[in-house]
Design a protein around this ligand. Sequence first.
Ligand code: HEM
Length: 427
Amino acid sequence: MELIHNNNKAAIITDNSQKIRSAKSFNPFDKEFHANPYPTYHRLRSENPVHRHYIEGDWVFTRYADVKAVLRSGCVRTHNRPELIQQKNLYLQDKGKNLNTLAYTSNKLLFFMNPPDHSRLRSLVIQAFSPTVVERMRPRIQEIVNDLLDQVRNKGTMDIIADLAEPLPVIVIARMLGIPNEAQDQLHQWSKVFIRILDSLVSLEEYEVLNKVIEDFQEYLRHLIAEREKDPQEDLISALIAARNQGERLSQEELLATCILLFMTGEETTVNTIGNGMLALLSYPEQMETLKREPTIIQNAVEEILRYDSPVQMTNRIAIDNIEIGNQTIQAGEKITLCIGSANRDPAQFSDPDRFNINRSENNHLAFGDGIHYCLGAALARAQAQIAINTLVQQFPNLKLATDKLEWRDNIVLRGLKTLPITFTCR
Ligand code: HEM
């Protein structure tokens, strides 16, 4: 693929053989698509890799090369969700209601921001998530995993989601931010609701709930920030307060939004990595055996989990310049849905892409995105998934799936299970 820039036009050139057939897209309401989107992605990549979605009219990109090129392109900006929320806010204001807090805060969330504000805010937070910092956290993450698993070790049965995958990232990110133990449950509940801001299928009533949640979340954080201002600690909130106080590089609203964003983004994605990964290993017992025999391949195994059943399946961009792809022109201002889950199963990039193979050597997946919005928490997410999955596989003999009815969470952007019950032999 070639990316060409000129004065007023950016063109992404791919082969010219594909035609739009917008009726043949994915149906976001289809239960079958929810349960297993991969056959649909395969069909779209071969028949209709660049097309307009039949409901919303957005462009949908499904091939690895196209998705990667757009993520790296300077000809796009992030999703206009904050503007859409503001439109809904104006509509509700006419009816005596409002989404004021949600509309204001969504503008300050890193992943909806664009340069130069995005670069400034990202540079303030990135240090806290560097691979070196995360390496130092590994012993603590291992301790948390051991504590969680000790509670089920003698039971012979557990729900991987509720007993391990959900509590782990909450405890880890709360500790980084400096949130006291007693508040973690409440903040976790709020983030589980607020994550719906990433979904495009959200009703007005739900937006009102999100607005209330964000008001409560901010109220809590304001008190905590006031405490840390008086008595700074070795935590990320204190570090961000110091940044805010240095020459106004960070506003109070950005500080609040960033704390909420980190709490929210770090949770469900990590839960889904552990859940989807354990499901893949349980479904391919020979791969589970390989990992058991060779625990050191856990890093490779987690990369394959991220590729094979990506926790973030889609993201969006808006063209800021005309983009030509194949024989289509994406006009400036048009919205593009990038199917990360499909890109990661593209046979043009990955050999035998539907095979779950923890020994795969070439694995340049897009599960953490690419370009300027590349996942800030990638190193932290990898460390948590590696430690959680390896501890479970190494310490719990005879792991078996305890259900034939798997239920997926109600979200087409984030792919993850509601529960994952298993049995094992007690030692
Ligand atoms: C395996 C788990 C995770 C996955 C699969 C994942 C995936 C992603 C993806 C695909 C993006 C880019 C979205 C886009 O370009 O539109 C992203 C961005 C982001 N992620 Fe993650 N993420 C994970 C865990 C985490 C964790 C643990 C944190 C922090 C605690 C985190 C914080 C962020 C932030 C702040 C951004 C926005 C970065 C920016 O806009 O510059 N993520 N993540």
